[in-house]
Write a protein that binds this ligand. Structure first.
Ligand SMILES: C[S@@+](CC[C@H](N)C(=O)[O-])C[C@H]1O[C@@H](n2cnc3c(N)ncnc32)[C@H](O)[C@@H]1O
Ligand code: SF4
Length: 365
C-alpha cells in the first residue's frame, strides 16, 4: 500500500503526530533537520532518531513518492520535469531561471476542471487533488536535482501556476505554503510565493482572511464579461463584478498589491479598445494592481487561438501605460521545449494511449 510523503506535514503537525504515537514532540525538529537541512531521502539516513521512532515513521510515511519520468532542458536553463505519482498519474513541474533567483512552478491537481478554452492543463479533466506532500515534494525533487549538480543553487521563489486550480484544492495548497515558508525548513518567504487563481470568488475572500501572506495573481484575461465568458467558462459562475469586489476585499484586508494576468489572444482580447476597457476596469485600483501581459503559448488542440504579434503587444502595453496602469510583459521561459503548462503531460498521455491502442490491436490480431 502506498504511504503519504512526510513532506506534507508542518513541523507542528509532525510533532502532534509523534506525540499521539508515544514519542517526544521534539523529535519532529530532528526529522525536519534531516529533511530540509541535510536533505536526506531515507529515514535510515537520520541516525539521530531513536531506532523505534525511525521504524514508526517508515511504517507510516515515505519521503519520496514521485518518480522522474521525463526531463526537458531548454537553452535558457528552464527545466521541465514530468513526474509519475504513486498512482501512475503524471504531473509537470518547471524550474525557471531569473535575474532575481530560481523559481519553481508547481502543479496542484491532476488535470483541471475549470476548462479554460485556451489552456492545455484543462484538456484532461481533474482526476484528483494533489496532497500537500506531493506539492512540497515537487519543490524538493527540484532542489535535490540542483544539489546533485553541485552549483550551490537554491530554489528561492515559488509560483503556484502549474496544472490545476489551487483554490479548488485550498486545504492542501494552504498546508503546502505553511511547510515551504517555515524558516526551519525551505524558508521560502511568503513574498517569494505567488498563487494564481482563475477567480474562485469565495476562495479569494478566504485567502484574504487567512494568515498565508503570499502574493496573489488573478487570471483575468478579458476586459468584459462577454469576452471572459467566451474564453473562461468560470466567468458564468463568477463574473467580473463579483470578482472585482473580491479583489477589492483582498486589497483592503491585506494591504498588498495584486497581479492581474492577461493572456493576449490574437483578435480576441488584444485590440486597442480592449486595452482601453481594461484600463478603465483596473481604474481606481491602479496603485495596488499590476497587469501582467502574457504572450500566448499556442496549444495544438486549441488552434482557434493564436499569439498576438509583437506590435500588438506593444500597442496594448502602451495604452495601459498612457492610462497610468502599472504593466509588465511576462518574460518567456523554455520556448524551445513544450512550454505551455500541461502540454508535456498531455502529449505524454496521448502517446501512452496510442501505444496502448497499438498493443491492443497487435494482441487481437
Ligand atoms: C496554468 S494556470 C494555473 C493556475 C490557475 N489555474 C489559473 O488559471 O490562474 C497559470 C497561468 O497560466 C495561464 N495559461 C494557461 N494556458 C496558457 C497558454 N497556453 N499560454 C500562456 N499562458 C497560459 C493561465 O491563464 C494562468 O494565468
Ligand atoms: S488556466 Fe488555470 S483554471 Fe484554467 S484550465 Fe488552465 S489550469 Fe485550469
Amino acid at each position: 500500500m502506498s504511504k503519504p510523503s512526510i513532506y506534507g506535514l508542518t513541523v507542528d503537525q509532525l510533532a502532534a503526530w509523534l506525540a499521539e504515537h508515544g514519542h517526544k514532540k521534539s523529535r519532529a525538529q530532528l526529522v525536519w533537520e534531516g529533511l530540509y537541512r541535510k536533505r536526506v531521502t531515507a529515514f535510515s539516513e537520520m541516525p539521530e532518531l531513536k531506532p523505534e521512532c525511525r521504524t514508526l515513521l517508515e511504517e507510516h510515511f515515505a519521503i519520496q513518492t514521485l518518480e522522474e519520468h521525463t526531463r526537458q532542458e531548454s537553452a535558457d536553463g528552464t527545466i521541465k520535469f514530468l513526474f509519475r505519482l504513486q498512482d501512475g498519474n503524471l504531473i509537470e513541474t518547471v524550474l525557471m531561471r531569473h535575474k532575481f533567483g530560481l523559481s519553481v512552478c508547481v502543479t496542484t491537481q491532476v488535470g483541471c476542471n475549470i476548462g479554460c478554452s485556451f489552456c492545455a492543463s484543462g484538456l484532461l479533466s481533474k482526476s484528483r487533488d494533489l496532497t500537500s506532500g506531493e506539492i512540497v515534494e515537487q519543490v524538493m525533487k527540484v532542489q535535490l536535482f540542483l544539489d546533485g549538480r553541485q552549483n550551490n543553487e537554491r530554489v528561492s521563489h515559488i509560483v503556484v501556476m502549474g496544472i490545476g486550480e489551487p483554490f479548488d484544492n485550498f486545504e492542501h495548497m494552504s498546508n503546502f505554503i505553511r511547510v515551504i515558508r517555515d524558516p526551519k525548513g525551505l524558508a521560502i518567504g511568503p513574498r517569494h510565493i505567488t498563487v494564481s487563481t482563475s477567480g474562485l470568488v469565495p476562495k479569494i475572500r478566504e485567502f484574504a482572511d487567512s494568515d498565508l501572506g503570499t502574493n496573489l495573481a488573478i487570471s483575468l484575461h478579458a476586459p468584459n464579461n462577454d469576452i471572459r465568458t467566451r474564453i473562461m467558462k468560470i466567468n458564468r459562475a463568477y463574473p467580473i463584478e463579483p470578482l472585482m469586489e473580491a479583489i477589492d476585499y483582498y486589497l483592503e484586508k491585506t494591504n498588498r498589491r495584486i497581479t492581474l494576468e492577461y493572456i493576449l489572444l490574437k483578435d480576441v482580447n488584444d485590440q486597442p479598445e480592449h486595452a482601453q476597457e481594461l484600463a478603465e476596469l483596473v481604474g481606481s485600483r491602479r496603485n495596488l494592481a499590476n497587469v501582467n501581459l502574457i504572450p500566448y503559448n499556442p496549444v495544438d488542440e486549441h488552434s482557434q487561438y493564436q499569439r498576438s504579434s509583437k506590435e500588438t503587444i506593444t500597442a496594448f502595453y502602451d495604452t495601459l501605460k498612457k492610462n497610468n496602469i502599472s504593466v509588465s510583459v511576462r518574460l518567456e521561459h523554455g520556448t524551445d521545449i513544450d512550454a505551455a503548462c500541461g502540454q508535456l503531460r498531455s502529449k505524454q498521455i496521448q502517446s501512452d494511449r496510442a501505444r496502448g491502442a497499438k498493443a491492443n490491436r497487435a494482441a487481437n490480431e
